[in-house]
Ligand binder design. Structure first.
Ligand SMILES: [Zn+2]
Length: 373
């Protein structure tokens, strides 16, 4: 085998790609790629994330469902700081890397059983899964909290997914989505290991676009942890394959309101607000199910975590837009954190740095307009 899927808790192997949690103990599954990354096997005439298909041994070339995701520009901002424009993915967020991998791996399995996929997300992931389901003629149910609205939900509806509104907490939405029923296959992006495994391509791309060097620092926004775990796993794979000597330092950026990982890393208690009303509306996981794994992986990789305040996010959002980079406020969280570390002299101006701009500005909720004259 060129890969293993194992439980993060009891280490029981899983041989069913449809498993989204351990069949024995219910804890999250992890994918380990035992095959080395080989730069000579990159499909250099494929200008999408699938140029790295050799590093995804569980996906057949003929099964790929693509909308042209990945191979996004790495654009110089100033000095040695670059932006990775993940907002330019087909549905307007980095989540397409996870969706293309997940749907490509599972489509036949679900289709053969005349199944419907189920996901819980009212945000970028819901829209992305809905798009790839549409591309591959799969039926999709997207479970959302009953009071949500906004551009991401509209986008999900336009792709033709069935929206199922659930009352109660965010956890109750997830539980309802997971409730077994005939021909329903839960493929939730937060738990399903293939989704975050697809994010490995971001690490490969940054490295290839950096001409097989690596930047010193990478700033990313972190909520449920799919971006964090995926990018860490990609760089670890490159190190273990002797493609790079050392992984970049990953800085996990959170809002003051939604900062469970930051508080865990800094060993301080975290009490989430009763209502999260941050303008960074993609960062809402106050109690992420993968928090233990995120903490372990970030610490093992000697990364760091940082929080930013609302006014810092708003200023960063405005500054990005006024320099031509129109991204959603959640993406500005990473830029705000970068500015803070420069200001506090925790990183140097000339350090090779990448800020990942995760989502498109057109996804910005209406409420943000109140901050503009
Ligand atoms: Zn287990």
């Amino acid at each position: 085998m060129e890969y293993n899927i194992k439980c993060s808790n009891c280490h029981r192997p899983s041989h069913n790609l449809l498993d989204y949690k351990c069949p024995s103990c219910g804890q999250p599954l992890n994918i380990e790629i035992t095959k080395k990354f080989n730069p000579d096997l990159i499909q250099t005439n494929n200008y999408s994330a699938w140029r790295y298909i050799d590093a995804f041994p569980y996906v057949k070339q003929t099964d790929i469902i693509t909308l042209g995701e990945g191979w996004t520009p790495l654009v110089k901002f100033k000095n040695n700081t670059y932006f990775k424009l993940e907002n330019l993915n087909p549905t307007g967020s980095f989540k397409d890397r996870g969706s293309t991998t997940l749907i490509s791996a599972l489509r036949k399995l679900v289709k053969n059983k005349n199944g419907t996929i189920a996901e819980d997300s009212s945000g970028n992931a819901g829209a992305s899964i809905a798009a790839y389901a549409a591309r591959s003629n799969l039926k999709a149910q997207i479970y959302v909290p009953e009071n949500v609205s906004g551009p991401k939900l509209l986008q999900t509806q336009f792709y033709g997914a069935k929206i199922i509104k659930v009352s109660g907490t965010r956890n109750q939405v997830a539980q309802t989505a997971q409730k077994p029923s005939k021909n329903k296959y839960y493929i939730g992006h937060i738990l399903h290991p293939i989704f975050r495994d697809g994010i490995r391509t971001l690490a490969y791309e940054i490295t290839e676009q950096y001409e097989w060097q690596t930047p010193q620092n990478i700033f990313i926004p972190v909520s449920a942890g799919t971006l964090l775990l995926g990018i860490l796993s990609g760089f670890e794979h490159l190190v273990l394959s002797n493609v790079i000597k050392k992984a970049p330092r990953i800085i996990a950026c959170q809002t003051e309101q939604v900062s469970p990982l930051y508080h865990r890393i800094k060993n301080s208690p975290y009490k989430p607000p009763v209502h999260v009303d941050s303008i960074a509306d993609a960062l809402v996981s106050t109690d992420p199910p993968l928090l233990n794994i995120m903490t372990d992986q970030l610490q093992n990789a000697q990364g760091d975590a940082i929080i930013v305040k609302e006014n810092e996010i708003l200023l960063a959002f405005k500054e990005l837009a006024r320099k031509g980079f129109f991204v959603e406020p959640s993406s500005a969280v990473a830029f705000a954190a970068y500015k803070k570390q420069i200001r506090d002299k925790l990183i140097q101006q000339e350090a090779k740095t990448v800020v990942v701009l995760t989502g498109a500005g057109l996804k910005t909720p209406d409420t943000v307009t109140q901050h503009f004259p």
